[in-house]
Design a binder for this molecule. Structure first.
Ligand SMILES: [Zn+2]
Length: 277
C-alpha cells in the first residue's frame, strides 16, 4: 500500500457505485490521475465543493489493490471570477478536455500541470481569453512533443526568413513554402512573423509566454488548426467546442478533419529541461 499527496486540477467527476465518486485529476506528481472518493455522494461534509471541474486542489491518495483511493482533498483555488464569465469558463473546459485526451495516466509531467494551472490563472484575469487559450494550446502541443521545428520548408529546405508566406499542417507538423503549396483546406496560411513568434515561444520560460501577441487575423486559423491537431490525435470530437458554438455565436473557428499518420516530434531541449521542474 502506497500513500501520496499532490497538487492537482479536477478534470471530470462522475458517480461510481452506490455512494462513491470517480474523479479524474491533472496532477503534478503523476500526470492524469483517477481516484475513487469513497462515500463522497453520501457524506457532503468530507469532500464538500472540492470536485468542481477546473478547481485546484491538494489531494491525498492511497493505492491499494490496483485502485487509487482518495483519502482527503482540500480546495486551494476555485477560480470563482472565471466561473462567472461564461466565455472564460468554456475555454477552461476546452483546455481540460484536451488535457484529458492527451496527458498519459501515471506518468509524471509536472510541466503540463503547471501550464494548466497558469492557464486558469491567466484566463481569470486576462481581457482576451481566446488569446490565452491559443497560447496555452501552442505551448501544450510543443510540451507534448508534437510540434515540428518550423524553421524551413519540408520539401525544399528553404529557410523561414527567405519567404514571407508559409503553410502549416498542425496535425502532421508539416511546414511548406508557397512554391510547394497545393490547395488543401487542412493547411493554415501563416506569415513569417507568426512562425518566428511560435519558435520564440518555445525558448522562453512559461511565465513570459503570456506577453506574446499574435496578429489578430492569425488567431482564428491557428486555434482551428490546433483543435484539428487534437481531433486527429485522439480521433474524437471536442465536446466543449459544441458548447462554445452555442454560447458564443461569434466563435467562428472553422475546422477540418485531416487524415494521415500522426507524427510525434522529439521535445525540444528547453521543453525537456522544463519537464524536470
Ligand atoms: Zn519549398
Amino acid at each position: 500500500m502506497k500513500r501520496f499527496e499532490t497538487d492537482a486540477i479536477v478534470l471530470t467527476t462522475c458517480d461510481y457505485g452506490e455512494s462513491d465518486r470517480l474523479v479524474t485529476f491533472h496532477s503534478a506528481a503523476c500526470g492524469k490521475l483517477r481516484g475513487i472518493a469513497k462515500g463522497a455522494r453520501r457524506s457532503k461534509k468530507r469532500f464538500a465543493n472540492v470536485f468542481e471541474p477546473s478547481s485546484l486542489v491538494r489531494v491525498q491518495c492511497r493505492e491499494k489493490n490496483s485502485f487509487t483511493w482518495i483519502e482527503g482533498c482540500t480546495l486551494t483555488q476555485a477560480y470563482l471570477p472565471m466561473r462567472s464569465d461564461i466565455e472564460k469558463w468554456a475555454y477552461a473546459a476546452l483546455f481540460s478536455e484536451i488535457v484529458l485526451g492527451m496527458v498519459p495516466e501515471g506518468e509524471p509531467l509536472a510541466a503540463s500541470f503547471f501550464l494548466h494551472k497558469e492557464t486558469l490563472q491567466r484566463l481569470e484575469r486576462d481581457k482576451d481569453p481566446q488569446h490565452v487559450l491559443l497560447l496555452a494550446l501552442l505551448r501544450f502541443q510543443s510540451l507534448m512533443g508534437y510540434m515540428a521545428a518550423l524553421d524551413e520548408c519540408e520539401i525544399c529546405r528553404r529557410a523561414l526568413k527567405t519567404s514571407p508566406k508559409w503553410f502549416w499542417h498542425p496535425a502532421r507538423g508539416k511546414l511548406i513554402c508557397a512554391d510547394h503549396f497545393y490547395p488543401d483546406r487542412s493547411y493554415i496560411a501563416l506569415d513569417t512573423g507568426t512562425l518566428a513568434l511560435i519558435q520564440y515561444m518555445r525558448t522562453i520560460p512559461l511565465e513570459k509566454t503570456w506577453r506574446l501577441r499574435m496578429r489578430q487575423e492569425m488567431k482564428a486559423p491557428l486555434l482551428g488548426g490546433l483543435l484539428d491537431w487534437f481531433r486527429y490525435q485522439t480521433r474524437r470530437e471536442i465536446q466543449s467546442v459544441k458548447v462554445i458554438e452555442q454560447i458564443l455565436p461569434s466563435w467562428g473557428i472553422s475546422s477540418s478533419i485531416v487524415g494521415s499518420a500522426p507524427v510525434r516530434h522529439a521535445p525540444l531541449q528547453n521543453e525537456c529541461r522544463y519537464r524536470t521542474l
